[in-house]
Design a protein around this ligand. Structure first.
Ligand code: ADP
Length: 397
């Protein structure tokens, strides 16, 4: 059975086609610069190809994706009818969605209702869903939420210290994000140690970054909040900040609140601190060349991760495993070492040599055999989780 996974951004549409018999990837690619000129489709299937093509909307983009997927030379299927269901990544599910759901007029309305929970991502998501439904009206479309995994958070973790009536009326609470990745890594961690009853801290460190505390396979806390702005210092997001800074910035810079929120999302984080880049490859190179602000940005990023690990170890009454994942978690030993150094006080010991030369693309145990906390690098696979979830809704053949 073939499942198409779609991840729509405001000007891009990423896709991956899975054969679920063996969970293999048949083809993948991205339609990029949709609606902003010079658009193109980059595809890897039977062969790789980049097609320059005018893609004014997401609808043209998905049509082009189906075209290339069925192309005799580059494609991997004879007809779009071979696709049994389409899975859509959705950043926020609010209080409506605690698990994946079929796209219907009703669920689509609910998504529209919660656009404000992730104003940067949700409109794009909706555009992707609408375009794909229009082009592929016959197959089930499935919503897979980045917030579902966090829906098990208890009140003590998910509520803010605000008036309870405002939470009830306006649903102002912590929802978290990156749940698809946290879920995948938790399941892989359980497979690795052969049981579910343990305390795990997942460190998803990418451009967006978040930690989650996972007890017996269920999320009990996570660092992102009402929106993905809360928590860790990220590529361009500030993470935790005193909200009074928002008011202060409106006075000092003459900005309105939307401008401040945009600033906190797009111009802060390690990019703002370093003045160099949001990309850790650039930051490491710059720090190695003696740039003190790049060094500070890496230190601050790592310090915030360490601080959250301490908080989650306390919240779960101990930690059995720490797992690193995503672009930085998997590929940047300089961050992992800054996080893991000097944690012998909880019995954590790791192999520094192995950390520095960690093989890529596979699960690797970094902790030493005498460490009382396991430390792993576990590559994430968000698309596979979306495909598995979507499969549950596909018609049984
Ligand atoms: P997102 O999916 O949120 O855009 P990623 O998980 O792709 O983010 O992570 C991007 C970050 O990972 C960047 O800061 C990048 O520098 C860092 N990174 C470091 N080494 C690599 C690598 N070899 N491949 C990809 N990303 C890397």
């Amino acid at each position: 059975m073939k499942i198409l996974v779609i991840n729509a951004g405001s000007s891009s549409l990423k896709y991956r086609l899975f054969e679920m018999e063996n969970e293999s990837v048949l083809a993948k690619g991205v339609a990029d610069r949709i609606g902003i000129g010079n658009s193109f489709l980059k595809h890897t299937g039977k062969k790789e190809i980049t097609i320059d093509k005018n893609l004014p909307t997401h609808e043209e983009a998905i049509r082009e994706v189906l075209q290339v997927l069925t192309d005799p030379e580059y494609g991997v299927i004879k007809s779009a009818d071979e696709i049994s269901a389409v899975g859509h990544r959705v950043v926020a599910g609010g209080e409506y969605f605690t698990e994946s759901a079929l796209v219907t007029d009703d669920t689509r309305e609910k998504i529209r209702d919660i656009i404000e929970l992730a104003p940067l991502h949700m409109p794009a998501c909706l555009m992707g869903i609408d375009a794909c439904r229009k082009v592929m009206p016959e197959v089930p479309h499935v919503l897979v939420f980045d917030t579902s995994f966090h829906s098990t958070m208890p009140d003590v973790a998910k509520l803010y210290g605000i008036d309870y009536d405002d939470y009830k009326e306006l649903k102002i609470r912590r929802y978290g994000a990156h749940g698809i990745s946290h879920q995948y890594v938790s399941q892989e961690a359980a497979k690795i140690i052969g049981r579910k009853d343990f305390n795990l801290i997942v460190c998803h460190l990418g451009n967006g970054a978040s930690l989650s505390a996972v007890k017996n396979g269920k999320c009990v806390d996570t660092s992102m909040g009402f929106t993905p702005l809360e928590g860790l210092i990220m590529g361009t997001r500030s993470g935790d900040i005193d909200p009074s800074v928002v008011q202060y910035l409106t006075h000092k810079k003459g900005w309105d609140v939307s401008q401040v929120i945009s600033y906190l999302n797009k111009s802060c984080g390690v990019k703002g601190i370093s003045g160099v880049s949001s990309d850790f490859r650039d930051l490491i190179a710059s720090a190695n060349a003696g740039n003190a602000r790049a060094e500070l940005a890496i230190d601050m990023f790592s310090y915030r991760v360490k601080k959250y690990i301490g908080a989650y170890a306390a919240a779960m009454d101990g930690v059995d495993m720490i797992a690193f994942t995503a672009g930085i978690g998997e590929n940047t030993p300089e961050v992992r070492s800054r996080v893991l150094d000097n944690m012998e006080y909880i019995g954590l010991k790791y192999d520094k040599e192995l950390n520095a030369n960690c093989p890529r693309g596979e699960a690797v145990k970094l902790s030493t055999d005498d460490s009382s906390v396991l430390v792993y690098v576990i590559p994430t696979n968000e698309e596979l989780v979306i495909a598995r979830e979507t499969l549950r809704f596909a018609p049984k053949k």
